[in-house]
Write a protein that binds this ligand. Sequence first.
Ligand SMILES: Nc1nc2c(c(=O)[nH]1)N=C([C@H](O)[C@H](O)COP(=O)(O)OP(=O)(O)OP(=O)(O)O)CN2
Ligand SMILES: [Zn+2]
Length: 127
Amino acid sequence: MSAIYRVRAEASFAAAHFLSNYHGKCENLHGHNYKVRIYAQGDKLDEGGMLLDFGILKKALREVTEELDHKNLNDIEFFKGNPSAELIATYIYNQMVMKIPDTPIWKVEVFETDENLAIYLPDGDKE
Ligand SMILES: Nc1nc2c(c(=O)[nH]1)N=C([C@H](O)[C@H](O)COP(=O)(O)OP(=O)(O)OP(=O)(O)O)CN2
Ligand SMILES: [Zn+2]
């Protein structure tokens, strides 16, 4: 098996949401300070010994999270009324692919709190 490299960037944003198909307190409008971690992976390094400049990953992720910052996530059509951490991770993945299409994204983690996170693995469960 050949070796692979992974690099990670992190960003955060604050946003409001409610979950339409949820019966409990989360059906009411409330907010979170979300933290996002995104991982790129590959098996080849460039001539500078890098898989990918951290700065490229970080810049793209910040552009995506800035679009979400201080928004009501229920206003975003993609979520269809249910901006769960899982769908936020999916949305962020889709946006990142549009920004840096040549960068293979391995994993997106969205933390709603320090204890609660959802993970999106676009390529299935291949760790
Ligand atoms: N799989 C998921 N479950 C839940 C999500 C989600 O995105 N994916 N989201 C929520 C709500 O957003 C809720 O705000 C967070 O849930 P919960 O942990 O129940 O609430 P608190 O953070 O306030 O935790 P307490 O322990 O109750 O203080 C729900 N589930
Ligand atoms: Zn919530």
